[in-house]
Design a protein around this ligand. Structure first.
Ligand code: ADP
Ligand code: MG
Length: 220
């Protein structure tokens, strides 16, 4: 994944906020930690990488594809095929069980029911939740729900995993478990981009970007 002069300016009243100054960077396989104070532009960056938000300058290339040049529907398909996401809150569908939540991206991708059931179970087992398949999100602890969210993000075997403070709402030990789950795809050569406030987590990353007032600099 690569950015070329990627930038974002938001209108604000009668002025503007430069949330992200144009920057070019190649995200190498492995874990890239994105650090920086609150309001510095980290989520703006992640949302642009994901194609959730539209840049005011530059582009994002994934496997040579300019994701913002795709149509809305094309981008949704591309995201489904290439990306996994984990957010600060788990964003699970409240009326679906853990297993159904993990199956959901596979269903959207048109995978046959038996195949997606087996895959979802395998992933939930990998995150230690084989005994929680039929639980609804409200019946899970915060850490369990976040593990389901990680399983959902990984079930499509995405090349790029984007995580915005996924351990932010969790105690240190639970956060550590989530982190270990994200380190696995990184060690398998996936591109994992992780926004974190936690210096201990950032220290584990193979690459690091620091964001200050919308300015991104590579530290590692
Ligand atoms: P971080 O994730 O590092 O806390 P953000 O990327 O959320 O920071 O925000 C960076 C800056 O952009 C902040 O000043 C924020 O207020 C502003 N901002 C973020 N999203 C929007 C938006 N949709 N409209 C206007 N301003 C925004
Ligand atoms: Mg943020």
């Amino acid at each position: 994944m690569q950015t070329e002069q990627l930038g974002r300016i938001y209108p604000s009243g009668d002025g503007q906020i430069t949330a992200l100054r144009p920057f070019s960077h190649t995200f190498a396989p492995g874990l890239t930690a994105v650090v920086g104070p609150s309001g510095s532009g980290k989520s703006t960056l992640l949302n642009l990488l994901a194609g959730f938000d539209t840049p005011t300058s530059g582009r994002v290339l994934v496997g040579g594809n300019d994701i913002h040049a795709l149509s809305e529907a094309g981008r949704a398909d591309f995201r489904l095929a290439n990306y996994g996401f984990v957010f600060q809150s788990h964003n699970l569908v409240a009326i679906l069980t853990a297993q159904e939540n993990v199956e959901f991206p596979l269903m959207l991708a048109g995978i046959a029911p038996k195949v997606r059931r087996d895959k979802a179970r395998a992933l939930l087992s990998q995150v230690g939740l084989e005994s929680r398949l039929s639980h609804l999100p409200a019946q899970l602890s915060g850490g369990e729900a976040q593990r389901v969210a990680v399983a959902r993000a990984l079930v499509t075997d995405p090349a790029v995993l984007l995580a915005d403070e996924p351990t932010g709402n969790l105690d240190t030990r639970t956060g550590q478990t989530i982190l270990e789950l994200l380190l696995r795809p990184a060690s398998e050569g996936k591109t994992v981009v992780l926004i974190t406030h936690d210096p201990d987590i950032a220290a584990l990353a193979s690459h690091r970007l620091r964001v200050r007032d919308g300015e991104v600099s590579a530290e590692l």
